[in-house]
Design a protein around this ligand. Structure first.
Ligand SMILES: [Zn+2]
Length: 98
């Protein structure tokens, strides 16, 4: 009787509730079903981690130059900060890809 009986439904990948196939957003949990928003976020996250690794690499170079120049007080903390940035960037990028 109801017209909605004939409408195609799919299951929401986020909450597994039944929703209309043509729906752009889940009415139960609010998850966006259109493919556009999600990849953009993932790509942005990847860029953030790559930027973090790049910053760590630059800091490491600065630290090496500072230590080579005898400025240990600048070089040592910069080397440490750069190493932390590199490891966090690497770890996060790996975690997001896994
Ligand atoms: Zn949902």
């Amino acid at each position: 009787m109801d017209a909605s009986d004939h409408r195609e439904t799919i299951r929401c990948p986020a909450c597994a509730e039944e929703i209309l196939a043509e729906a752009g957003k889940c009415k139960h949990c609010g998850e966006w079903l259109a493919e556009k928003p999600e990849p953009a976020v993932i790509e942005q996250t990847d860029k953030t981690w790559k930027g973090l690794q790049l910053a760590g690499g630059v800091m490491a170079v600065v630290a090496v130059l500072a230590i080579a120049g005898g400025a240990y007080e600048i070089g040592a903390p910069t080397a440490f900060a750069g190493l932390v940035l590199l490891l966090v960037g690497r770890g996060a990028a790996w975690w997001h890809h896994a």
